[in-house]
Design a protein around this ligand. Structure first.
Ligand code: ZN
Length: 280
């Protein structure tokens, strides 16, 4: 599942490829992949007739902001992918293409690119917003963006929760953007066991977790994210961070720090990999 670094890599590649282009035509193949339509026709909800001025991100959520302030939210879910192709699309479209856009240069009207949204598992989706302020209101239901995590913010967000620290980090209302990969990696770096109750963490440990969450996310963004299964950015490029994973996907292999065998357990129904001697 794409987490913050992968979604940020999509945002950056998408910004490079589509900002400044006008949506000449938008088509929705699966109406159930679009919600929040506020009576606007699907093509309008998909920003037809508008120029894309900016791509915003909060946690794992993206929003395409249009010239008239309308916006389209996109969540990639588990297998969602936004792809930009340099040429006009020719049928047949790739399987599981739920929406497509023909993009043109705004002044000349000359076709510039096509964009598609594919999502085989359909845990992702799109949300139509009448204004970009409405996007902000929807995103305010989530916790702060994980890249902005500070020891003070994390301590405040964890106040009163007895849940395992990993379960809290995965909760998008606590901080937005961390998923299974980066929760395991950050907790390994912080030396904190994933099942440690959040309310029994020392202040110093909370501070270290906050610092390591940001550190691991920044490194992963610099590497273009982690391509574990099938993640690609909007230009079709994979990320290279998977080869830097210290624990995720390495259960049964030796800990890179102490050499003991990494263990696997379930926290919040998610496979969790950790080192019993390096994480307390
Ligand atoms: Zn170890």
């Amino acid at each position: 599942m794409p987490e913050l670094p992968e979604v940020e890599s999509v945002r950056r590649s998408l910004s490079h490829l589509v900002v400044g282009l006008r949506v000449a035509r938008a088509t929705l193949a699966r109406p159930d992949m679009l919600s929040g339509q506020d009576a606007a026709p699907a093509a309008e909800a998909l920003l037809q007739g508008r120029t894309i001025t900016r791509i915003d991100r909060h946690g794992k959520n993206l929003a395409l902001i249009a010239s008239d302030n309308r916006a389209l939210g996109v969540h990639l879910g588990m297998t969602g992918r936004l792809s930009v192709l340099p040429a006009p699309l020719n049928p047949p479209l790739a399987p599981h293409t739920h929406a497509c856009w023909s993009l043109a240069h705004p002044r000349s009207g000359v076709p510039a690119a096509s964009m598609t949204f594919q999502d085989p598992r359909r845990f992702g989706g799109m949300v139509a917003y009448a204004t970009h302020e409405a996007v902000g209101q929807a995103w305010a239901q989530l916790g702060p963006d994980a890249l902005e995590t500070t020891p003070e913010i994390l301590a405040a967000q964890l106040a009163g929760t007895r849940r395992a620290i990993k379960a809290a980090l995965l909760d998008q209302r606590v901080i937005a953007g961390v998923g299974n990969i980066y929760a395991d990696e950050a907790l390994f770096r912080a030396g904190v066991a994933p099942m440690h109750p959040s309310d029994r963490l020392r202040r110093g440990s909370v501070g270290l977790i906050a610092q390591k969450v940001v550190e691991v996310l920044r490194e992963a963004i610099d590497a273009g994210g982690s391509s574990v299964r099938d993640y690609l950015d909007a230009a079709g490029q994979p990320g290279s961070y998977a080869r830097s994973h210290a624990v995720y996907g390495r259960a049964g292999e030796p800990c890179l720090r102490c050499g003991r065998t990494l263990l696997s357990c379930l926290v919040s129904q998610r496979t969790t990999v950790w080192c019993r001697s390096c994480q307390r």
